[in-house]
Design a protein around this ligand. Structure first.
Ligand code: ZN
Length: 403
């Protein structure tokens, strides 16, 4: 079945000027032709959808989510009581919410029980509707680190699966993630906001531990991402060969230069910090988390601005699942990136083309071009005038199928 989207204003994801009165011809799941209406013939018998008055662009890509978490203020005790299959069921609804909001691809940055792998398989098999998923399984963390829940020693929790000490343990855990279906490696290079007793500024995994794990993924051509907030942890992750720095609270000039030299992406997740700071302890978020987020926010935004000015590649990520950071509200991140100094077009490119490159899926998604999957969204009006329009996406198509 051939479908045609006709008459809207096209933003193709490359950052080039929008095309008025565009036509996109879609055959099966891919784009067959795209361009201005007077240059393209509409095939006979095609199903034509009138897009007049709308802006058409590639489906959004969120490079940092946790689909098993639902934006709860605090999930520590819940994590002890919630069955993993229940978490997986919740995750399928979270994935659907993201898809309905125009997010046609997600990168999950760490789950318990490999629920991200399972949800990806269920979506691929057609059991559930959801975005394309790139998954990491368990993130790797040191004992007492950002990925190690802090309970009394007698309490054993499943998240211990990713807890490693020493290069051999890190290598083994990385191999296990690959064995169970991880597309990308997630490491905790530093402490974090939501983990009690850790310092965002302090390094956790050592260079040797990170290098051993990253190398296992590299052998397969797979990327790696580091939760990295403090300067030293960021630099050691880059030296160890990381593909992207997640959060990047405290970037100094040397760290920015290293990212440029080694083509390392920044996934800022401004929404996560914003959600914690604006809701605060009153909303039930643990005090230690609120304090750490407040302390880091100014430096975080400043790091974002300097990285952007220097030309570091920035890919959109929200950390959806963290407190009050709901799946389906992913497009908030674009408004925050614009507020922090990106143009509307730059924020869109970070959420489409650049994000697809980070996911190593640029041959298939990220721009509206001939041969790519027809992952297309549309909004009334122009997001170049008002980026928040992307928070109300009206039309979603994934692989040629209207959602
Ligand atoms: Zn995260």
């Amino acid at each position: 079945m051939t479908k045609v989207l006709k008459g809207g204003c096209l933003i193709d994801g490359n950052g080039s000027l929008p095309v008025e009165n565009a036509v996109i011809v879609i055959e099966e799941e891919r784009i067959k032709e795209v361009g201005c209406a007077d240059s393209i013939e509409i095939p006979e018998g095609a199903e034509v959808v009138d897009m007049t008055g709308k802006t058409i662009m590639p489906g959004m890509i969120d490079c940092h989510v946790h689909i098993g978490s639902g934006g709860e203020a605090s999930s520590e005790l819940q994590n002890l009581k919630e069955l993993i299959p229940y978490k997986a069921l919740k995750a399928t609804t979270h994935a659907k919410k993201a898809l309905d909001a125009g997010v046609t691809a997600l990168r999950d940055m760490g789950e318990v029980g490999y629920i991200d792998v399972a949800v990806k398989k269920a979506i691929t098999a057609g059991l559930y509707a959801g975005p394309r998923l790139m998954v990491s399984g368990h993130g790797l963390s040191i004992t007492g680190g950002h990925g190690d829940a802090h309970f009394i020693p007698e309490v054993q929790v499943t998240s211990k699966v990713g807890v490693v000490d020493g290069a051999d343990a890190a290598r083994k855990a990385a191999r296990e993630q690959i064995k169970h279906g991880a597309d990308v490696l997630k490491l905790c290079a530093t402490g974090g906001v939501m983990s009690e007793g850790t310092e965002p500024g302090a390094q956790q995994l050592t260079y040797e531990e990170m290098k051993a794990a990253i190398d296992e993924f590299k052998k397969l051509g797979k990327a790696s991402a580091a939760h990295a907030q403090g300067t030293q942890g960021i630099k050691e992750a880059i030296r160890a060969g990381i593909s992207s720095i997640e959060h990047g609270f405290f970037l100094d000039e040397e760290a920015i230069q290293m990212m440029l030299d080694r083509d390392v992406y920044l996934v800022p997740t401004l929404t996560a910090v914003h959600g914690i700071v604006t809701h605060g302890v009153e909303a039930g978020i643990p005090e230690y988390a609120v304090n750490k987020a407040r302390k880091a926010q100014e430096a975080h935004i400043d790091s974002f601005k300097r990285a952007k000015a220097a030309g570091v590649k920035i890919a959109m990520g929200t950390d959806a699942g963290t407190p009050f950071n709901y799946h389906g509200e992913n497009a908030q991140e674009l408004a925050l990136m614009v507020k922090a100094g990106m143009s509307e077009m730059e924020a869109i490119v970070a959420t489409t083309k650049t994000a697809a490159e980070l996911l190593q899926m640029e041959k298939d998604i990220g721009t509206i071009e001939k041969g790519k999957y027809a992952d297309v969204i549309a909004v009334e009006g122009s997001p170049l005038d008002d980026i928040t329009l992307l928070e109300n996406v009206e039309f979603v198509m994934k692989g040629g199928e209207m959602v």
